[in-house]
Design a protein around this ligand. Structure first.
Ligand code: NAD
Ligand code: TYD
Length: 352
């Protein structure tokens, strides 16, 4: 059956992979990519599919309710997959208000537009893409389950938690058909080089310091971005309305171990002698309120929908490094201008 799907944040990291998957796999769907093109949005990431007949770009802001309402009407939007967000924890620490505006007000505006336009008609779905960070921070043992109590600790995770609550509230109060997923840390091509993996790939390339927060012992659970897009596809088509699905790869790494693996692979690929990149590691002041460990239990999505990650971590990391090495222009484009100013201000005087 044909659908007119509004995907928000499609010029960002995960959104661009999801758009490529949907545009190519579902020629009978019309895909509308709504994105404000903030520093994190880059249409270059969508070059492969930009001329496809079923792909359409809409430049706009999810906090603008009138505009969103017009989009719903003009394109007879049948479904929403909502990814647009401010997504970087460090930025949320230095500037929390924009996270509240985009992530909370933006999500609430989309929900309101969906409610206004869909009423109680059947055949619609509002899919909200969220993060495991809403569950808080784990100690050495245990996992996040779908029913783990929310305990967000950074302005980013607090804003995502709030948006999740609004999505569920619109379901319970107004009967809006919703589904949610909470995913662990993603990595892969097209990720903006402020997040750990692409930042460090970029710095190794440029022989700049690798700023490890605190002692580097915090743990993250990494998933290749294409596997996340596959999981969203599964949930969108087979998930049950009102349900939440955790997505993760059972792939926990202490930051410092991951960074050393990255240094080793980069030395091999760049033809540098072993140990060269590790010398760039610089321990810096810890992130304020730094969550210690994230780890997802993804057995529900595996059992109910048959989804599993397809790639081993070393394989995915190697593919990711290769992509950045082959796309230095992309890196240069996104790191010039305001991002470079932000980055240089953040580490002023501390880094080479
Ligand atoms: P990203 O920062 O790479 O992209 C966000 C996109 O949203 C950008 O294209 C940006 O231009 C757009 N955007 C921002 N504000 C907007 C606004 N007001 N109106 C319209 N568009 C706007 O983010 P990402 O890493 O691709 O994350 C996508 C979603 O997935 C987010 O909701 C995030 O919370 C969630 N998530 C991310 C991860 C991860 O590891 N990156 C993990 C789990 C969940
Ligand atoms: P990040 O990629 O920002 O994702 P998140 O904070 O959402 O998990 O960071 C991943 C981990 O790497 C996190 O524990 C913080 C750490 N980190 C550093 O040590 N140095 C850095 O420069 C960055 C960006 C992150």
């Amino acid at each position: 059956m044909g659908k007119n799907i509004l995907i928000t944040g499609g010029a960002g990291f995960i959104g661009s992979h999801l758009i490529k998957l949907f545009v190519q796999k579902y020629p009978n769907y019309q895909i509308y990519n709504l994105d404000a093109l903030t520093y994190a949005g880059n249409l270059e990431s969508l070059k492969d599919i930009e001329s496809a007949d079923n792909y359409h770009f809409i430049h706009g802001d999810i906090t603008d309710l009138d505009f969103i309402g017009q989009c719903f009407k003009k394109h007879a939007i049948s479904d929403v997959i909502h990814l647009a967000a401010e997504s970087h924890v460090d930025r949320s620490i230095s500037d929390p208000l924009i996270f509240i505006k985009t992530n909370v007000l933006g999500t609430a505006s989309l929900l309101q537009a969906a409610r206004d336009n869909w009423g109680s008609q059947p055949g619609h779905l509002f899919y909200h893409v969220s993060t495991d960070e809403v569950y808080g921070s784990l100690g050495e043992k245990g996992f996040f389950y779908e029913d783990t109590a929310y305990d967000p600790r950074s302005p980013y995770s607090a804003s995502k938690a709030s948006s999740d609550h609004f999505v569920r509230a619109f379901h319970h109060t107004y009967g809006l058909p919703v589904v949610l997923s909470n995913c662990s840390n993603n990595y892969g091509p097209h990720q903006f080089p402020e997040k750990l993996i692409p930042l460090f790939i970029n710095n190794i390339l440029e022989k700049k310091s690798l700023p490890v927060y605190g002692k580097g012992v915090n743990v993250r659970d990494w998933l290749y971005v294409v596997d996340h897009a596959r999981a969203i596809d599964n949930i969108f088509h087979k998930g049950s309305v009102g349900e939440t699905y955790n997505i993760g790869g059972h792939n926990e790494w202490r930051n410092i171990d991951l960074i050393k693996l990255l240094c080793k692979l980069m030395d091999q690929k760049l033809g540098r002698s072993p140990g060269t990149s590790e010398k760039l590691i610089t321990y810096v002041k810890d992130r304020a309120g730094h969550d210690m460990r994230y780890a997802i239990d993804a057995s529900k999505i595996k059992k109910e929908l048959g989804w599993e990650p397809s790639l081993q971590f070393e394989e995915g990391l190697s593919l990711t490094i290769d992509w950045y090495l082959e796309n230095k222009d992309w890196l240069e484009n996104v790191t010039s201008g305001s991002y470079r100013d932000y980055y240089e201000k953040m580490y002023e005087g501390k880094l080479t």
